[in-house]
Design a protein around this ligand. Structure first.
Ligand code: BDR
Ligand code: CA
Length: 315
């Protein structure tokens, strides 16, 4: 079956993406790379290990990625990230600590090695900043055409961003890295706010997880309820909370959930422009063969239904 690598800044919706990737039999999750973003990179890695333990999945290795963006030497978690994902990324839950440890190899090296090993068979799904991928591309530019497909959660083409009107959170963390990825990597799918803001989960849904009466069901319901309450409290959306990262996993496995347009993309990273961090069509490459499919609409009903079925099976 297809091999999948996740690159998570775990994170509530990253935790959902992880659960989905584990239980879909069409893919074999061969490893998770941790990124800074919703939390510090070490916290993100530990959250992932703890969640894997909670889900009874003790074989998937977890690797450390970069601890800060490619243009800075330090990273502080943004207050807004803490408000949405909790102080440590998992909705202020105290998950049991996994006994397993983070791998010694770096996440960047792991990605490069797996790109060479599996090539077309490999799907890479980053749902945090694109710093890890950009670094891997700088070290080994060959991976740009080796990896079968990269489906990323990030950016916004047809709707405003969620950090500023122009920028989405993952891209905003490291626009320069994102630009390198969009302008050099082949076979990209962009699952941005255009589609993820249309896939919402409510407390009625999480109640079904709670009613399973399992440890994982209760933990995931608590986790998601924190995130749904944050959406409400922060006036982001009162109808439910967005399934950003799990939608990227679902689209990576079954692209028919979304409608895409082929477009070569770039990212504005000049700090002095008001559209800093914007994902936009690359005018210079308008006539060149396209490398990115940008998702612009989604069958939200079908996705949420399938997502719920998978979650109930894994929890
Ligand atoms: C993205 O930003 C992160 O906070 C979420 O986990 C998601 O990947 C949404 O803009
Ligand atoms: Ca994320």
């Amino acid at each position: 079956s297809t091999k999948m690598i996740l690159d998570l800044d775990t994170g509530v919706d990253d935790a959902l993406a992880l659960a989905l990737a584990i239980c879909d039999p069409r893919v074999d999750l061969i490893g998770v790379i941790a990124s800074y973003g919703n939390t510090l990179v070490e916290t993100s890695a530990q959250n992932t290990l703890n969640l894997l333990h909670l889900l009874g999945e003790n074989d998937v290795p977890v690797y450390l990625g970069e601890s800060h963006s490619s243009t800075t030497d330090h990273f502080d978690v943004m207050p807004i990230s803490k408000a949405i994902h909790g102080e440590h990324g998992v909705g202020n839950l105290s998950l049991a600590t996994a006994t397993r440890k983070i791998e010694q190899t770096s996440g960047i090296q792991f990605l490069i090695d797996m790109a060479h090993k599996y090539q077309d068979e490999l799907i890479y799904v980053p749902t945090g900043p694109l710093t890890n991928m950009a670094k891997a591309l700088k070290i080994d530019p060959e991976i740009s055409h080796l990896i079968g497909n990269t489906t990323l959660m990030g950016g916004a083409l047809t709707v405003p961003g969620n950090v500023t009107p122009f920028t989405e959170a993952n891209i905003n963390q490291d626009p320069e890295a994102a630009d390198l990825v969009f302008t050099t990597q082949e076979n990209l799918t962009m699952v941005g706010l255009d589609v993820t803001l249309r896939t919402l989960l409510t407390k009625k849904d999480t109640q079904q997880w709670r009613e399973l009466g399992t440890q994982a069901g209760t933990a995931y319901a608590d986790l998601m309820d924190f995130y749904i309450e944050a959406y409400d409290r922060l006036d982001i959306d009162h109808r439910g909370a967005a399934l950003h990262d799990p939608l990227a996993v679902a689209v990576a496995i079954d692209p028919s959930y979304v409608v895409t347009i082929p477009l070569n993309m770039r990212v504005t990273y000049d700090k002095d422009t008001k559209d800093y961090g914007r994902t936009i069509g690359d005018r210079e490459r308008l006539l060149e063969p396209t490398t990115t499919n940008v998702a612009v609409s989604v069958n939200a009903k079908r996705f949420v239904r399938d997502f719920m079925d998978f979650m109930i099976a894994v929890l």
